[in-house]
Write a protein that binds this ligand. Structure first.
Ligand code: AHR
Length: 496
């Protein structure tokens, strides 16, 4: 198979917001306890944070991390995780039916995030709580006033505000599994009033309203419309969440997951613009895809995990090669929609549906999905360019016209490096790539890295952590994409 990639310097998608490479840490399973925090671990720092985890997260260069949930946040009292650790309450955590010790809270997490070179994207509880607790949290985190909550932060040892800029107005409030689930109208009203109070407390913050928990929610579409009609002028983004998977082992269909993501994004963007037109507003609400990933491997094992444990091993998906290819394709889709998707959070970061796995008290390793995220986060910064790719197409899982090749292109901030990310979705054919680079005639390929292999189900483990890793390809005979592969091709400007 052959395909031609056409790129034109004058045809850009958008400047990429760095927050496209965000991630997520929830108080769930072993994400916090046994993940980022384990005081007895041999690599722990002065605050009990695991050094090995921190180092691996730095390799991913994650600019923003959503916290503390997720479903967890809808029952969370943020004050429980502040101040003297010995006085913090141990609580029944209803979302995941676990025990929360509150050893880690916002006091610790914001410090951990700084050490990981990330910002915090903070979610407020709009389940059991409301506008008052949310505006108090903004004051605690961001204000320099001599008022109660800012003083409380100072008494807890933090003279300077944390400076948290991006905030989520609750989590998946459309889902009946959510603690204190709401109708679209009920949520739209509380989101509007909470947003007003939060922005009056700190006018510099940006707010994300909850969209649908996934595209197959029965209320999808109407939920976004109703919520935005209530709070349009007070919010900056609406969220999208979606997890993909291959539960029926139909890999051809699974490899087309990104087609569904693309359509989801375009539908939500259209609804935002519909409400904008109805309101005759000058303001554009953009998208925050603040939960996306592959999640299905652990579904069965999670049914057998005992309730009311501290840090039970929940949602510990082990990812294989085909998952890495799909994840790379989802990243390509986010890049190609970077004119509307300004924030995206890979859910999650450590142990819980995560690129990084640890043994509590032991080793650490990178899952297969670590690598496409690392490639795009490291090289996918700058401006996304439109890519037109002439290639064949296939049908699978009830979908037609699925292009075999999916690709995105990014020109670096300094204009010296052009990176093409590409997935070959064909299960059996390799594909030779041809490039037409208008405006980049002096650019030559200098690197082709790929994740490929015959065994689509191969995984990395603590004992065999490098079984599925990217490898550099020989480019002397051109760029060839192997079947079911993830690829990064770097072009550099040459002197003419
Ligand atoms: O990321 C795991 C869970 O998935 C989150 O808590 C929730 O928001 C979503 O349903």
């Amino acid at each position: 198979m052959k395909a031609r990639i056409v790129i034109d310097k004058n045809k850009t998608v958008s400047r990429i917001d760095d927050r496209l490479y965000g991630s997520f840490i929830e108080h769930l399973g072993r994400a916090v306890y046994g993940g980022i925090y384990e005081p007895s671990h041999e690599t722990a720092d002065d605050m009990g944070f695991r050094g090995d985890v921190m180092e691996m997260i730095k390799e991913l260069n994650v600019p923003i991390i959503r916290y503390p949930g997720g479903n967890f946040v809808s029952g969370y009292n943020w004050e429980d995780g502040t101040g003297d650790k010995s006085k913090r309450p141990k609580k029944m955590e209803l979302a995941w039916q676990s025990v929360e010790t509150n050893e880690v809270g916002i006091d610790e997490f914001q410090e951990w995030a700084k050490r990981a070179h990330s910002d915090v994207m903070m979610a407020v509880n709009l389940g059991t709580r409301g506008a008052d607790e949310a505006r108090n949290l903004v004051e605690y985190c961001n204000c320099e006033t001599d008022t109660y909550y800012a003083e409380m932060r100072r008494k807890n040892g933090f003279e300077k505000p944390f400076g948290i800029k991006t905030w989520c107005l609750g989590n998946e409030m459309d889902g009946d599994w959510q603690i204190c689930h709401k109708t679209a109208y009920e949520y739209g009203r509380i989101a509007c009033e909470t947003a007003k109070l939060m922005k009056w407390t700190d006018p510099s913050i940006e707010l994300v309203a909850c969209g649908s928990a996934h595209i197959n929610m029965p209320t999808f579409g109407e939920w976004e419309r109703t919520v935005l009609r209530e709070c349009y002028e007070h919010v900056d983004y609406i969220s999208l969440h979606n997890y993909y998977g291959n539960p029926n082992n139909d890999t051809a269909a699974y490899l087309a997951s990104a087609v569904d993501m693309d359509s989801f994004i375009k539908q939500v963007a259209a609804i935002c613009d519909e409400v904008k037109a109805e309101k005759n507003s000058d303001k554009t609400v953009n998208l925050s895809f603040d939960e996306w990933n592959i999640w299905f491997h652990s579904n069965e094992q999670d049914k057998h995990i005992e309730k009311w444990q501290v840090a039970p091993p929940l949602l510990e998906d082990i990812y294989n090669l085909e998952d890495a290819v799909v994840l790379g394709d989802l990243l390509i889709t986010l890049l190609n929609n970077s004119d509307r998707v300004k924030i995206a959070c890979l859910a999650q970061l450590v142990n819980v549906i995560a690129p990084i796995m640890t043994e509590t008290g032991g080793r650490i390793w990178a899952q297969t999905i670590f690598y496409p995220f690392m490639h795009t986060s490291q090289r996918g910064r700058g401006t996304a360019l439109e890519v037109s790719c002439g290639c064949g197409a296939y049908s699978a899982g009830g979908k037609k016209d699925i292009p075999y090749i999916s690709s995105a292109a990014v020109i670096s901030e300094d204009g010296g490096e052009l990176t093409v990310f590409a997935v070959n979705r064909s299960l059996d054919e390799s594909c030779g790539l041809d490039f037409s680079l208008s405006g980049y005639e002096s650019f030559r390929p200098v690197l082709h890295t790929a994740m490929e292999g015959d065994d689509l189900k191969a995984v990395n483990t603590a004992d065999d952590p490098k079984k599925v890793v990217p490898a550099e390809k020989d480019i002397s005979d051109g760029i060839i994409l192997s079947p079911h592969s993830w690829n990064m091709i770097v072009f550099q400007k040459t002197a003419q």
